[in-house]
Design a protein around this ligand. Structure first.
Ligand SMILES: *Cc1c(COP(=O)(O)O)cnc(C)c1O
Length: 419
């Protein structure tokens, strides 16, 4: 069970709304940082050190990345733009892991220029990378392993054998052999087999799978991995009846596996890394919108000024996002479909959701928008991207991205009267 209440009062949100147009996303910096510290605490035992590379796609705002950098997080990038964001924040070198698929040469070149750890998605990318970098591979390379039928899948990524990512087991061994023969000196091993996974044992099994592979790579090829990357995918309790992953438990169990495998085989120290995004920022973001309309036809609808363009997860995956109405906690409850204004019937934040019945004009808070919220936003129906606000404490908050204007939206059109 997870307590799902807005950390902000109606008055605090109205104070922001007096200066920032609704809808907006607001992020709780203190809670985000405390969570990052708890994550690092759970892995403070790792002899080779622990690092989480924040998956930038979850919340690509440099102000947030700066705060996470201060907590020791690096950046996980999968595109040129994400690399540039890291560079601007001062996350460079091996504090970046570039985990990309279907990658164009210029993105590999940018990653190499920044000294990022390049994590290849396919065996054919060894040659592609070598050519892109003018015939010379970096001294450190990492491969993404796709265990296929050897590992059960999870709901968002699906079965590993149907996922487009990574090397097969045979390709993995062949790939490291090629790297070794080409004179690459330093190696890492990566996998990412889960997304939004709440079962803590899943991550322990993933770690065990990689520990076993590290031993096998050492024994069969003499390739020594200096780090493992367990990927991201730690889930968050979007629903009140769900429980957050117990990070301390995961850390403890992975330690047991490390000792029973890596230490027992006389290997190590090995650095353990992850590239979680969702669990770093997801629970600490809130999309705030205002009730515009109530409509009673075959069903009851609550119409907000926010739409799927601000948070597409419910429309795209049918995801649950908890919704509260600050200041109306004790109001009589009513069942609504809670909608935005797009000309798409899946522009619904919730279907048949019972909430305290708001009044028109009330602010409504849609929880867990801190990952894949603003970043997955779009401009369909000429809707403008919203502002983002960073909340530090009572009375101390700042706009970290202003709301888009129509001039921003039309800026790429060369047409009289538009820009
Ligand atoms: C999306 C992604 C992540 C982050 O996943 P979360 O679910 O946000 O933890 C990490 N690595 C790769 C390669 C990804 O594509």
């Amino acid at each position: 069970m997870t307590e799902k209440s807005s950390p902000f009062t109606k008055e605090q949100l109205e104070a922001i709304a007096a200066e920032v147009p609704t809808p907006f996303h607001v992020y709780d910096e203190g809670a985000m940082r405390a969570n990052a510290r708890a994550f690092y605490d759970a892995f403070s035992w790792v002899p080779g050190g622990f690092k989480n590379f924040f998956a930038v796609k979850a919340l690509p705002n440099p102000h947030v990345m700066q705060a996470l950098k201060a907590e020791g997080l690096g950046g996980d990038c999968s595109s040129y733009g994400e690399l540039v964001l890291c560079e601007a924040v001062g996350i460079t070198g091996e504090d970046i892991v570039f985990t990309s698929n279907d990658t164009p040469a210029y993105e590999f070149q940018k990653a190499a220029e920044l000294g990022a750890i390049i994590n290849l998605d396919d065996i054919s990318h060894i040659d592609y990378l070598e050519k892109a970098l003018g015939g010379k591979l970096p001294e450190l390379l990492c491969f993404r392993y796709n265990p296929g039928p050897l590992k059960a899948g999870n709901a968002i990524i699906g079965k590993p054998e149907e996922a487009k990512y990574g090397f097969t087991r045979e390709q993995l061994f062949e790939g490291y052999r090629i790297l070794r023969d080409k004179g690459v000196k330093r190696f890492g091993l990566h996998t990412m087999v889960a997304s939004n996974e709440l079962n803590p044992d899943y991550f322990v099994e993933t770690a065990q799978m990689l520990f076993d592979l590290v031993v096998e790579l050492d024994r069969t090829l003499g390739v020594r991995c200096e780090f493992l990357n367990l990927g991201g995918g730690i889930g968050i309790p979007y629903r009140p009846e769900q429980t957050a992953v117990d990070l301390a438990y995961v850390g403890r169990k992975i330690r047991e596996a490390y000792e029973a495998t890596i230490v027992a085989e006389g290997l190590g120290p090995i650095k353990i890394t992850m590239e979680c995004g969702r669990m770093i920022t997801g629970p600490y973001g809130y999309l705030v919108g205002r009730v515009l309309h109530k409509k009673a036809i075959y069903k009851d609808y609550l119409g907000l000024d926010a739409s799927m363009a601000n948070l597409m997860r419910p429309g795209m995956y049918g995801s649950y996002h908890h919704i509260t109405v600050p200041g109306r906690e004790d109001a009589p409850r009513k069942v609504y479909d809670i909608t935005g204004s797009l000309c798409e019937n899946n522009d619904k934040f919730a279907i048949d959701r019972e909430i305290p019945d708001p009044e028109i004009g009330d602010l409504v808070v849609i929880h867990d928008s801190g990952a894949h919220g603003h970043s997955m936003g779009f401009n369909y129906n000429a809707k403008l991207r919203s502002a983002e606000v960073l909340w530090q404490r009572e009375g101390k908050w700042r706009v970290i991205r202003r709301a888009e204007t129509l001039a921003d939206h039309f800026a790429t059109l060369d047409y009289p009267g538009l820009s």
